[in-house]
Design a protein around this ligand. Sequence first.
Ligand code: GLU
Length: 503
Amino acid sequence: MKVRTRFAPSPTGFVHIGGLRTALYNYLFAKKHAGTFILRIEDTDRTRFVEGATENLLSVIEWAGLTPDEGPAGGGRFAPYYQSQRTEIYVRFAQQLLDKGFAYYAFDTPEDIEALRKKAQENGGQPPKYDYQTRGQMRNSLTMSAAQVKDALAAGVPHVIRLKIPSERVFEVNDLIRGAVTFHSSQVDDQVLLKSDGYPTYHLANVVDDHLMEITHVIRGEEWLSSVPKHLYLYECFGWQAPQMAHLPLIFNPDGSKMSKRDITSLTALPAGKVDPDVASYIKKGYEKEAIINYIALLGWNPGEGDERQVFTLAELVNEFSLERVNKSAAIFDLKKLDWLNAQHIMRRNIDELTDQVIQDLQTQQHEIPARKYLKQVVELMQPRLPFRTQFYDLSVYFFKDPEQYDPEVVKKRWKEDSIKLILEFVTESAKLEVYEKTAIEHTLHTIAEREQVGLGRIIHPIRLAVSGTGAGPGLYEMLEVLGKETVIRRLQTAVKKIPALI
Ligand code: GLU
């Protein structure tokens, strides 16, 4: 059996972190088994239509590198992949169910449904259910005569088609993550399959398409588990074999609540205990794609007991992934871990590629682009200390401009009465160096420290401050080498004039 998985989102606005995880796991599982990954747009709920939502979704999937083998963009054997373009298929299959007596027409008005709701409330606040207990009192083809039904249809009375769920049945699914899960049919309502606008509901369209598109594994969020009995019954009515199913654990905010976009204005000002569920916010903030994918993969999956690896590329994830290693329990979104992975992925990037990306960032930020060779050296020094690639310029600005200010905290802490003298000695010694490179610089600094009988820190810290204006950065020797002798001497001479005035 050739594995075929699908990501079947309903584009109703933004792409949720959980949605991207579903897409990712489907992709990983398909690729791991040399199978096919399908993207299907479930856009039959016209009341939830949001302009641009589908385009947004397609671009996030593309951005993530989860290119489908079949889908709206590239087509495929089972096109179209937009459910809104497949309505006649669903109508045909709904008719089959009607013909076989598995479904029925219902002509109830909104008032009839409201009355059902009220009655249910009076009967102890049970949620209203249109089911085996109530269907006999409603306006439908089970209670009306054949002639009445015919007339109503001919007159164009608004109606839906409902699935006739049997009263005494137990449905069981052997979920690949959760194990055996059973459902009693008395808990299930007579699901609307075809709505009065002629569009199918999710349940009908989903089952029909999963069958027609030969989906072997349905991998989706746990919120869909409660739909399983309806789907199983539909497969049974059609005489089709149901695909295997795997329901992924939910993802919660750090405070244990459901992730929601409400109350979230920006990633930098998150309410306590909350995170942003919108993938676009993370892209906008400048997280590396690899870090987002890696982090999302770990939201519910791990490489195995005792396996401490955390950093994975997409290709490595394909190799490692298995549904057996997906947790049953909910995952908690941890922004700190994502941040950590972001730095890890920057650290592992090929230096030329990273330099190219930094050039692009600098262009976007409208900074002047330095000579590539010089920039590459700076990138190499900054690579292990970049939380975000987009912060490169701010964190390394002194490689491009002489400092205009000196961090007052560092001045207070590091500038001592002998700083000027030590710096000037270093200037004199540096001038003598023919090759200005890190070992020679290190050696010079050691010599001065010994001669003056001071600790190395006493000389290193003021130099860093004088050259960069800050107290942190890459190793000093490497930094001075990259800056070059001339620049270093010029900056040191300026600093010994300017810094004392700040004290
Ligand atoms: N259209 C559903 C959604 O929006 C798909 C659920 C499923 O994968 O069956 O998530």
